[in-house]
Ligand binder design. Structure first.
Ligand code: HEM
Length: 444
């Protein structure tokens, strides 16, 4: 292999090393050579694997990326009454009849696709196309009314800024994020939110909770999940055709989604900080305060025949419950609250996309998907000469390779800078010097 072609993988590996070194945590990635995949679920479910932010250098980095308001982001709250209050609120905001939630997603997809995709063939980055759809969807969940254009732009601007910095393809823009905070604050003060917000949070915290959970996590995760799914369809035309021919085949859609999320889990790692010692078989123990990083790609690639192959048919013989498959986390330890609505909303959006377009793409497909999934959208009711399409796909592949090389170098530089900046700011470290795990000020 040409050494230049290997550069992006090398830069990714180097980035991992730089991050670990600079963070200073002695994080333990599971599975590893001492703790095998057979103990993955046991450790992930262990009652002492329940710390989220306090005591890990890694938290300073996540808090930096998720600001403003990382201290009330559900994912980063420590267990206790405040967490319970927030988690209850999220679940109630995501509740509702499946049919209504699907219709809402289909409506958001229809209006955005008809507005943004014009012409018989359009080249789009799928993540960018999905973001406004999920911004409209989440706005509806929160405010129960149609999303005005300026609100959609604020939400997309914020969510895109967070995920861009998380992937180290750009720096943070706190002022852009603050514009959404100011907008949400006005709406919360005016009483426009159609749900009771967590009562244990004050006004600013309630605003940050909404911003972090619904206008960052929800929009980003659904957009990235859809970018993976549509890119997989674009590169497996027979699977795409079968879904387009029979959108009512729920079982087949589940198999395709399970296979997409098995190969491209949205979480690379989920980390926990142990709040007590955890005994191991060999007589040793993981001490309290250990940072455990549960590796989804490693877990998802064991126990399958040809794990690197995209094969939805494997799910005809397998049950997601019995396989190494945890796309939404694990029930025993803070699973994703959107495990029910995400698949049904994603199915509705997929149907709207495939109703209008055939998809084709020749770019690389990796779990971190930093290119935002460039894709051709070919309108189904137009003629598409095969030779022209082949030329467009060749150009797309060449451009992807060149971008990949430059981007990986950029990511190394920006990533290192942000890791250092996060370490200087010590957002989580400073917060826990002044607050206990339930957000109450501590006296020194
Ligand atoms: C394709 C869509 C999605 C996938 C694959 C996904 C995946 C996950 C996973 C794996 C976790 C658990 C991580 C861990 O153990 O630390 C998680 C947690 C979480 N997710 Fe999702 N997610 C998706 C969509 C959403 C949406 C739409 C929301 C909207 C509110 C959401 C909100 C959250 C929250 C708040 C948590 C933290 C849960 C807690 O700590 O209590 N996710 N998600």
């Amino acid at each position: 292999m040409n050494p230049l072609a290997r550069l992006p993988q090398r830069v990714v590996a180097l980035r991992g090393k730089v991050f670990n070194r600079v963070n200073g945590d002695d994080a333990i990635t599971i599975p590893n050579e001492h703790i095998g995949v057979d103990r993955f679920m046991e450790l992930y479910s262990h009652p002492a694997a329940n710390g989220r932010s306090k005591g890990a250098g890694l938290s300073d980095l996540f808090w930096y990326w998720l600001s403003p308001g990382p201290e009330v982001h559900q994912e980063h709250l420590e267990p206790g009454p405040r967490y319970d209050d927030v988690a209850r609120t999220t679940l109630s905001m995501l509740a509702g009849p499946s049919r209504e939630l699907s219709t809402l997603a289909a409506g958001a997809a229809s209006s955005v696709l008809d507005e943004l995709v014009r012409g018989p063939v359009v080249r789009f980055r799928l993540r960018d196309l999905m973001m406004p759809i999920w911004a409209e969807y989440c706005y509806r969940l929160v405010f129960d009314e149609d999303c005005p254009r300026h609100a959609r732009d604020l939400i997309v601007g914020h969510a895109d800024d967070v995920v861009t910095s998380l992937k180290c393809t750009g720096l943070r823009h706190p002022r852009r994020r603050a514009r959404l905070t100011a907008y949400l604050r006005r709406r919360v003060v005016a009483g426009d939110v159609k749900h009771q917000l967590p009562q244990s949070l004050d006004l600013d915290e309630q605003v940050h909770y909404l911003q972090g959970t619904f206008f960052n996590t929800a929009v980003v995760q659904l957009s990235e999940g859809m970018a993976h799914l549509l890119l997989a369809l674009a590169q497996h035309p027979e699977v795409q055709q079968r879904l387009a021919d029979d959108p009512s085949d729920d079982t087949y859609f589940r198999h395709v989604l399970d296979e997409t999320m098995r190969l491209y889990p949205l979480f690379g790692i989920a980390h926990r900080i142990t709040t007590d010692d955890i005994a191991l078989d060999d007589g040793t123990a993981l001490p309290e305060g250990s940072v455990l990083c549960f590796s989804y790609p490693d877990y998802h690639s064991t126990g399958y025949r040809d794990p690197a192959v995209f094969d939805p048919a494997r799910w005809e013989q397998l049950s997601a419950k019995d396989a190494h498959h945890i796309p939404f986390g694990i029930a025993a330890n803070r699973p994703c609250p959107a495990w029910r609505i995400s698949p049904l909303a994603m199915r509705a959006v997929t149907t709207e996309v495939l109703r209008r377009f055939r998809l084709a793409s020749s770019v690389s497909h990796t779990r971190s998907i930093p290119h935002r999934a460039p894709c051709l959208l070919l309108r189904r009711d137009a003629e598409h000469p095969a030779a022209r399409q082949r030329r467009a796909l060749r150009r797309m592949r060449a451009r992807d390779r060149a971008e990949d090389l430059l981007r990986s170098i950029l990511q190394l530089g920006l990533g290192t800078w942000m890791v250092l900046d996060a370490r200087r700011k010590r957002l989580a470290g400073k917060y826990f010097e002044q607050h206990d795990t339930q957000g109450c000020p501590v006296r020194h």
